[in-house]
Design a protein around this ligand. Structure first.
Ligand SMILES: NC(=O)c1ccc[n+]([C@@H]2O[C@H](COP(=O)([O-])OP(=O)(O)OC[C@H]3O[C@@H](n4cnc5c(N)ncnc54)[C@H](O)[C@@H]3O)[C@@H](O)[C@H]2O)c1
Length: 247
């Protein structure tokens, strides 16, 4: 068995399902010692945690968190450090993808998306680095989007802005945290087959690799960014899009 992440512990937001769960599973298959699956959907997080423990044997702890609530995020990291000896890896994957037209995007709807996708990720970074700075080791991977590069496709302006903000924030974190041996990177996936894109009719037309993305396509790149193989990479947004957008 691959033991690349043996002795490493992770917090994964949005970890109940989709891309974030696949990322946790990929790390677990590569020997991760423990992970907190933090999600608003506690029932699914609990099921997913049980599945990971049973199938792969990684210690797995579900935690109910609304990342738009700062108190929940403080509790998340207290919980993580009660259950695990350290937090080496943070994956910020909790997210929502509204499709609200500009005219209907009022202040509350704007804030809702920003507070989950951007502020939530920031508050998780803020908590995670308290322990990462002390241990002089940290890998943070933010799940941004192709929308940060080219604007939303079907998603609302608030979604594209939140993901663009997350990509910019990634660069700022990377600049100041490098001195603590903390790498901060983002992934920018295009359409990936998850609950978020269910009931949409995206097509593979115009994608050089001829298909839409699967969660494994993103999870493997997240695992690379969470590993020591990428130790000289920080502040980057890695595009995962089958060639549909070339930087
Ligand atoms: N699927 C895509 O095409 C795609 C493309 C680019 C980026 N992304 C991003 O990838 C990330 C994962 O999305 P996914 O596609 O796996 O979708 P998903 O819906 O399967 O996963 C999102 C998870 O976030 C959780 N969540 C939502 N609001 C939350 C909150 N307030 N607090 C805590 N958890 C919350 C959900 O319960 C869910 O488990 C998101 O940030 C999304 O924006 C997805």
């Amino acid at each position: 068995m691959n033991k690349e992440f043996e002795g490493k512990y992770a917090v994964v937001t949005g970890g109940a399902g989709g891309i974030s769960y696949e990322a946790a599973k990929t790390l677990a298959k590569k020997g991760l010692s423990g992970v907190v699956l933090a999600d608003l959907n506690f029932e699914q997080a609990t099921e997913s945690a049980k599945k990971l423990e049973e199938e792969i044997g990684c210690h797995c702890y579900p935690c109910k968190v609304d990342v738009s609530n700062p108190e929940d995020i403080e509790h998340l990291f207290e919980f993580a450090l009660e259950k695990m000896p350290a937090v080496h890896i943070l994956i910020n994957g909790a997210g929502v993808c509204p499709t609200t037209p500009i005219e209907d995007l009022d202040a509350d709807k704007w804030d809702w998306c920003m507070n989950i996708n951007l502020r939530g990720a920031h508050l998780c970074v803020r908590e995670a680095i308290k322990t990462m700075k002390k241990q002089k080791y940290g890998k943070i991977v933010n799940i941004s989007s192709v929308a940060a590069r080219i604007g939303g496709i079907a998603s609302s302006v608030s979604y594209a802005a939140s993901k663009g903000g997350l990509l910019s924030a990634t660069k700022s974190y990377a600049k100041v945290l490098g001195t603590y041996n903390i790498n901060v990177n983002a992934v920018c996936p295009s359409v990936i087959n998850t609950n978020m894109t269910a009931n949409t009719n995206y097509s593979a037309a115009g994608i050089p690799l001829g298909r839409l993305g699967e969660t494994e396509d993103v999870a493997e790149v997240i695992a690379f960014l969470a590993s020591d193989a990428s130790k000289y990479i920080t502040g980057q947004g890695i595009d995962i899009n089958g060639g549909s957008y070339m930087n």
